[in-house]
Write a protein that binds this ligand. Sequence first.
Ligand SMILES: Cc1ncc(COP(=O)(O)O)c(C=O)c1O
Length: 385
Amino acid sequence: MRSGLGSEKVTFDGAPEPGTINFGVGQPSADLLPVDLVRKATADFLATAQPVELNYGERQGDIRFLETLAGFLSHEYGTTVKPESLFVTAGNSQALDFICALFTRPGDTVIVEEPSYFLAFQIFKDHGLNIVSIPTDEQGLDIDRLEQELGKTRPKLLYTIPSFHNPGGQTMSAARRERLVELSRKYDFLIAADEVYQLLWYEVEPPAALGTMVDRGNVLSLGSFSKILAPGLRLGWIQTSPELIGRLLDSGAVNSGGSLNHFTSHVVRHAIDLGLEQSFLQHLRRQYRLRVIAMDEALHEHIGDLASWHRPEGGYFFWLRFPEDVDTARLRLNASEYQTGFQPGANFSSIGGLGNYLRLSFAHYGVVEIREGVERLARLVHSQL
Ligand SMILES: Cc1ncc(COP(=O)(O)O)c(C=O)c1O
């Protein structure tokens, strides 16, 4: 069970109670977990696998995988990604933990966005970091406010979710990305850019990933197959500069254990080489786009009088704002009575704010359930407000 589901009742695999439509769950629905694809890619790998492929694996990652991944990202980003700029991880959660372990000491400061991904707060707390937050708006992190803060705070790390934010849904503009990278050089801090949703766009492509700026600043771009293939694979990557790759390679964990996910990287290499990953990503974009439209329509129909939101253009989430006096954490106490669920906004604040917001994920349900779930949510909201 993922602790991220809070006090909501869930079954052993993180699925909500049967009968409940819980938009608090930020995981793909069963129909978007591609067992056949993984079976084909694994069989293709095992058909010619050599014993060495079951050994530890290079610390940075298997070179064939890094080359395949670089080709995939070059195509998706529309600009060359070099294999030597990539480092295999076990997903963004592990990568973030690893970055904290290598580059910070207890008592250091990490700057986060307000709101931000609540499970990242826990990782920063595990490392004894002080969390300082900077507001966001519809263009992402407020860079002027960041610059002001940098006049008095010396952070080691800044954590941002540049594209299709969790939970805000918004995307940082290209101009702000540029300024952020400049500031990281001027004030000497590292940027941990969580680009987990960068490729999951449904309307237009977001501005260039921070991963494409690794040669110009202190950028560590965190990518993952969790949202574009399957979370259970636990496979991701860090894209960064040669100097920072050197620091990653020098860690005790990879010196002892080699590649952070060698076996799965073979399977995913075959999935990409066979073109399966690319067509699955197109499929995901089409499916999630339909869900966004359905949720947006249902919200307009049933809750439009009480809440406001921007329709997301990618990622997993709607971020609803209610009048100031609404407390969504209290609202959730009665959610099970209506067989519905969501994440209260306060979870995403590191300063005890955002009590009048809530986050809905459209990843875990198809269109029909989304419509039904929003109706239930509206009944709950109208019964309390
Ligand atoms: C912003 C953000 N970062 C990281 C993760 C988890 O990434 P991974 O599965 O690669 O560890 C999620 C998944 O919910 C997320 O929304």
